[in-house]
Design a protein around this ligand. Structure first.
Ligand SMILES: [Zn+2]
Ligand SMILES: [Zn+2]
Length: 308
C-alpha cells in the first residue's frame, strides 16, 4: 500500500450546522475507498470533496442517528448509479437489524448485494495490504473505534550490497525485493535478507468514534501515525462529557499523549465550538506536544509512508 488519505466529510456532533455536517470520514487506502460512519448528508459531502462513490466497505462506530442515517440515501444513489459489486457494512450489534431496516427504507430492492457483518472488540477485517481492527470503546451504547493497520513493508534494498554479491542488474533485483531468493549464474544463492534492511513498520490510523477517553484506545493508538479522536466538549463542560459519555479536547489529547501517537485530529464538535474551536485546540495542546489540529469539513490528510 502506498496511498493512505483521509477526508473529513462531517465534523459536527449531534446535529449539522451551517459549517459542519454529521460524522463521516473517507479513507483511501490505495484502490480501496472506505467510509467510517455515514451521517446524514455524507453523500453530498462526498460529491463536494471529490472522494468518489466507489466505496468498498462502510465501518460504523455505533448506531446513534448522527452516525448512520446517511446510509439510506447513499445506498439508493449507488443503486441508481448502477452499482453491481457487493458492499459490506460493518458495525457493532445491532448493526444487522438496524442496517437491514435502513436499507429497505431507502429502496424496495437494491440491485447490488449488501452484506452485514457485526464486529466485536478485537475482530479484524483483513484487506489487501492492511487490516481494520475493531476496538471496544466507552459510550452510552455499544460502540467501536477502529484501528487501521498497514502490513509491514520490506526493508530498504541495498543496491551496493547486491552488486557486491554479484546479482546482475534486472529482474533479480525485483525478486529479492519481493522476498524471493535468487540463484546466480555461478551457482551461489542470494537470499532477500542478504540485501534488504530491517522490515519497515506499517502505518497506524485510529478513529475513536464517540467515546469517553479509554485505555483500549490508548493501546490501539500506541505509536499511531494519526489518532482521530472525538472532542465534543471543552474543560468547562466536563460534567456534561461524563454524563453523555463523550470526551473533552483535553481528554482526547491525554489519550494521544499516553499512546505516544504522532499526530492528533479532533472532531465531532458540539455546536458551541462550531465556528471557533480555538478553546479546544488550546486545551488539547496543554496535554499533547505532538501535532494537533481541529478537523473541518473537507479537511484532507495524507499519511506518509514510515521509513523508521
Ligand atoms: Zn455522535
Ligand atoms: Zn453517539
Amino acid at each position: 500500500m502506498s496511498l493512505l488519505r483521509l477526508t473529513f466529510l462531517g465534523t459536527s456532533a449531534a446535529q449539522p450546522t451551517l459549517h459542519r455536517g454529521l460524522s463521516g470520514i473517507t479513507v483511501k487506502a490505495d484502490a480501496d475507498l472506505l467510509l467510517f460512519d455515514c451521517g446524514e448528508g455524507s453523500q453530498r459531502q462526498m460529491v463536494r470533496y471529490g472522494t468518489g462513490f466507489s466505496v468498498a466497505a462502510v465501518f460504523f462506530t455505533h448506531f446513534h442517528a448522527d452516525h448512520y442515517l446517511g446510509i439510506i440515501g447513499f445506498l439508493r444513489t449507488l443503486g441508481m448509479q448502477g452499482r453491481d459489486v457487493p458492499l459490506t457494512l460493518y458495525g457493532p450489534p445491532p448493526a444487522r437489524r438496524l442496517l437491514q431496516q435502513a436499507v429497505h427504507l431507502g429502496v424496495e430492492q437494491l440491485a447490488f448485494p449488501v452484506e452485514f457483518v457485526e464486529l466485536k472488540d478485537g475482530d479484524e477485517v483483513v484487506r489487501g495490504g492492511y487490516r481494520v481492527q475493531a476496538v471496544a470503546v466507552d459510550h452510552r451504547i455499544n460502540a467501536l473505534g477502529y484501528l487501521l493497520r498497514e502490513d509491514e513493508r520490506p526493508g530498504k534494498f541495498n543496491l551496493e550490497r547486491a552488486r557486491a554479491l554479484g546479482v546482475p542488474n534486472g529482474p533479480d533485483f525485483g525478486k529479492l525485493q519481493r522476498g524471493e531468493a535468487v540463484l546466480l549464474p555461478g551457482g551461489a544463492t542470494v537470499r532477500p535478507e542478504d540485501v534488504l534492511g530491517p522490515a519497515r513498520p506499517g502505518r497506524r490510523l485510529v478513529i475513536s468514534g464517540d467515546t469517553r477517553p479509554c485505555s483500549q484506545l490508548v493501546q490501539a493508538a500506541a505509536g499511531a501515525d494519526l489518532l482521530v479522536h472525538e472532542s465534543t466538549f471543552s474543560d468547562d463542560e466536563q460534567a456534561r462529557a461524563v454524563e453523555t459519555r463523550h470526551s473533552t479536547a483535553r481528554e482526547a489529547a491525554r489519550v494521544a499523549r499516553e499512546a505516544g501517537a504522532k499526530r492528533l485530529i479532533l472532531t465531532h464538535l458540539s455546536s458551541r465550538h462550531d465556528t471557533d474551536p480555538s478553546r479546544l485546540l488550546t486545551q488539547a495542546r496543554e496535554e499533547f506536544k505532538g501535532q494537533v489540529e481541529v478537523a473541518y469539513d473537507g479537511l484532507g490528510v495524507e499519511l506518509p509512508l514510515r521509513e523508521d
